[in-house]
Design a protein around this ligand. Structure first.
Ligand code: GLA
Length: 534
């Protein structure tokens, strides 16, 4: 006959935290019963002991607020000295596990993210990874009741962003460490560097500006942004436009105040500050709404309509759930994110940039695919890789939102961000769809037909932008046949003119194709035009 197990194994649910083994199942149970008896006697004899025991039950909802930073929630369940539960930060709800003994709490969310604290009365003094105080909170603060969403209906076009928006966004370089002075200096640099002359216009403050709400429901900025209206006025005084960031959830991804339940209030506040652009990031909407097409669209539509109702021209940039390119226009969005967050690495640029072709057809005046902001100049890639980044974004008609420190740009960074011949491809008003005409090994050739232009001298001019890409780790020969550009019937009766948009010089047009040796991770970007022979 099988014997009872020789040991008991306690595993913290869903956590990678610890396994506790006790030898001798029977001995352990006896010891536990004895301990319980002892604690009961102590509790009867000393009321203060029972209070102590009650105080140390950490089960419940806790909030960690750090001034001028985001808000983090902990949904804890304590059992003995084991603590399990959930960590709610931004849109992410993660399991946690840990221990609580001798007044010390240790909660592991991941190997890299471990919170430590000391229980002190009804609060927990957090000592790592940040310093702060965990206080009891209510379930509704962590998971607020779901508010009704509007019936789906089309938000009228706001008439903005007829070409892909161009500007700068604080996130990629500064993350939450952005402040008023840096934004002002960035606006100065956008003008003095010449960026504004080649089309960069929006200065967008991403995560990290908000604080909370006043009693009147009005969202407030934190100490790093003492006067938002004055900042917007300053940016406007430079001839530029101003953008801001929020979320349809109760908090933004970094735990700052979101617009949940205050969409109209916030739209009005932003308009009263003179805001020209809103980046609206799904984030904690995930703890309230379903990520279905219907709910994502209704959530975006609510803010899209609220912005329109202000009567102010505010570009609406969304990061939502699902196949947003299919309904972003209906929700009033001018641009929608098509990817997860970009990083300043070749792997990230390659993964994102070369995976956008099947969406290219969704881009049209006023409504753009957004493969995320630029990393050019942030230092993680070489110039060939940054030129590929810029060329891909231009061929895709993607928004060009610089994400670097504009105050300290090298000449090389400027030459990439301010290549006006490449920018002209991005901003081409006809937005004809880019296609891949060739793929061989790690090389590919993309072609985007451009707007036909009328010139008195040459008659109708047909042209196309061509990207010869080398994704490989060694230099490679890449070529394109003129025929594949589909300058069509005009070839033969007309002659071709080719220009290298990175070298800023004409490229030879001989034979039936153009061939170049392209460096590792590099690109040759051409504009080819068919003009009548005379
Ligand atoms: C998300 C977005 C980023 C940035 C951060 C801010 O991750 O995708 O672009 O806005 O939130 O927390």
């Amino acid at each position: 006959m099988a014997h009872a197990p020789r040991f008991l194994r306690v595993v913290a649910a869903k956590s990678r935290v610890r396994q506790v083994e006790f030898d001798g199942y029977g001995n352990f149970r006896q010891a536990l019963a004895g301990l319980r008896l002892l604690l009961t006697c102590l509790a009867l004899l000393f009321p203060c002991t029972s209070r102590l025991l009650a105080q140390t039950d950490l089960t419940g909802f806790w909030v960690l607020r750090i001034p001028n930073r985001g808000v983090t929630y902990f949904d804890l369940k304590q059992s003995g000295d084991l603590v399990t539960g959930k960590f709610v930060y931004g849109g992410a709800v993660q399991s946690l596990g840990g221990t609580f003994s001798a007044g010390k709490l240790r909660l592991e969310i991941s190997r890299q993210r471990v919170y430590e604290g000391i229980v002190d009365g009804g609060k927990i003094a957090v000592t790592a990874p940040v310093k702060g105080v965990l206080e009891r909170s209510a379930r509704e603060a962590v998971y607020p009741p779901r508010l009704a969403l509007p019936e789906l209906q089309d938000v009228p076009d706001n008439g903005l962003a007829r070409t892909p928006p161009m500007g700068w966004n604080s996130w990629n370089k500064f993350h939450e460490g952005i402040d008023d002075a840096t934004v002002r200096a960035t606006a100065d640099a956008m003008v003095s560097s010449g960026m504004s002359k080649v089309g960069y216009r929006y200065i967008v403050v991403d995560e990290g500006w908000s604080s909370s709400r006043g009693a009147d429901g009005k969202i407030t900025s934190n100490d790093r942004f003492p006067d938002m209206k004055a900042l917007v006025d300053y940016v406007h005084s430079k001839g530029l436009k101003f953008g801001i960031y929020s979320s349809p959830g109760p908090q933004s991804c970094g735990g700052y105040q979101g617009s949940y339940g205050h969409e109209e209030d916030d739209a009005r506040t932003f308009a009263s500050w003179g805001v020209d652009y809103l980046k609206y990031d799904w984030c904690t909407a995930a703890v309230v709404y379903q990520s279905t097409r219907e709910e994502s669209q209704a959530v975006s539509q609510k803010m899209g309509q609220a912005l329109l109702d202000t009567g102010s021209p505010i570009v609406f940039s969304i990061h939502s759930m699902g196949e947003v390119w299919e309904w972003g226009t209906n929700a009033g969005a001018n641009l929608w994110r098509t990817t997860n967050d970009i990083a300043d690495t070749w792997q990230s640029i390659e993964r994102i940039g070369f995976a956008q072709l099947n969406l290219a057809g969704y881009a049209k005046p006023g409504h753009w695919n957004d493969p995320d902001m630029l990393e050019i100049g942030n230092g993680g890639m070489n110039a060939d890789e940054y030129r590929t980044h810029m060329s891909l974004w231009c061929l895709l008609a993607a928004p060009l939102m610089a994400g670097n420190d504009l105050r300290t740009m090298t000449e090389e960074t400027k030459s990439i961000l301010m290549n006006s011949e490449a920018i002209a491809i991005d901003q081409d008003r006809d937005v004809k769809t880019v296609r891949r005409v060739e793929r061989e090994g790690r090389t590919e050739v993309w072609v985007r037909p451009l707007r036909d232009s009328q010139t008195a001298r040459f008659g109708v001019e047909h042209s196309a932008a061509v990207g010869l890409f080398n994704r490989g780790d060694q230099a490679a020969d890449v070529s394109v046949r003129w025929e594949d550009l589909q300058l069509g019937a005009v070839v033969g009766a007309k002659s071709l003119h080719a220009r290298d948009l990175w070298k800023h010089e004409d490229a030879p047009v001989t034979a039936d194709r153009y061939a170049a040796t392209v460096p590792a991770h590099g690109v040759v970007l051409l504009k080819v035009s068919a003009v009548p022979t005379r």
